[in-house]
Write a protein that binds this ligand. Structure first.
Ligand code: KMT
Ligand code: NI
Length: 181
């Protein structure tokens, strides 16, 4: 995993868009972005490591997603577009990368700057409820990931608007930031 400020230059979303200013894990954690590195060749297997974290964090459900033209079929273009629209969820977004690579862009609060997080196989990331974010493939153009959920999959993307600004999960997230600084 590598994180840096997005350069905000126009151009293909799949390019790196690296401003040259990196962001470290401790700063990501403060923003509500958690990370574990669980190599796919972990002793005992990555599955048991994921099971252990899932139990500890109460992640009860999971499925896999293959973000490729083959994997998403007819829905490919529309999904890619929706994934890249700035949005929030009312639950955590939890992803474990099985193959390929991709970007999760998260909004820093209160600067509202984009931080681009590049994830690789073995990265587990958690984006807390209420964080504005978006997803993009990179130039490899393929990623397979495990999606974990706390309860029933409840991950409607709410596009950022004045309504989401006053969503209770958004407010709780902002309050949690203020409480820890
Ligand atoms: C999301 O919610 O943005 C996704 O599930 C994209 C794929 S995660 C590897
Ligand atoms: Ni999302």
């Amino acid at each position: 995993m590598r994180a840096y400020y997005f350069d905000n230059l126009p151009g293909d979303q799949r390019l790196q868009h690296d401003s040259g200013t990196s962001v470290d894990l401790a700063d990501l954690r403060k923003l509500g972005l958690l990370h574990w590195a669980i190599p796919l060749d972990s002793p005992g297997g990555w599955e048991s490591e994921i099971d252990r974290i899932a139990e500890q964090q109460s992640y009860k459900n999971r499925d896999t997603i293959d973000v490729t033209k083959e994997g998403l079929g007819d829905q490919y273009e529309s999904k890619i577009k929706i994934f890249f629209q700035e949005h929030m969820h009312e639950d955590e977004e939890i992803r474990y990368i099985l193959s390929g690579s991709c970007f999760f862009d998260v909004r820093e609060h209160p600067s509202d700057k984009w931080i681009r997080v590049h994830v690789l196989p073995g990265d587990l990331i958690v984006i807390l409820a209420g964080i504005y974010h978006r997803f993009s493939l990179d130039e490899l153009n393929q990623v397979k990931g495990l999606r974990l959920f706390k309860e029933e999959p409840k991950w409607i993307p709410y596009a950022r608007s004045s309504e989401t600004d006053s969503n209770v999960h958004r407010i709780q997230y902002i309050n949690s930031l203020n409480a820890t600084t």
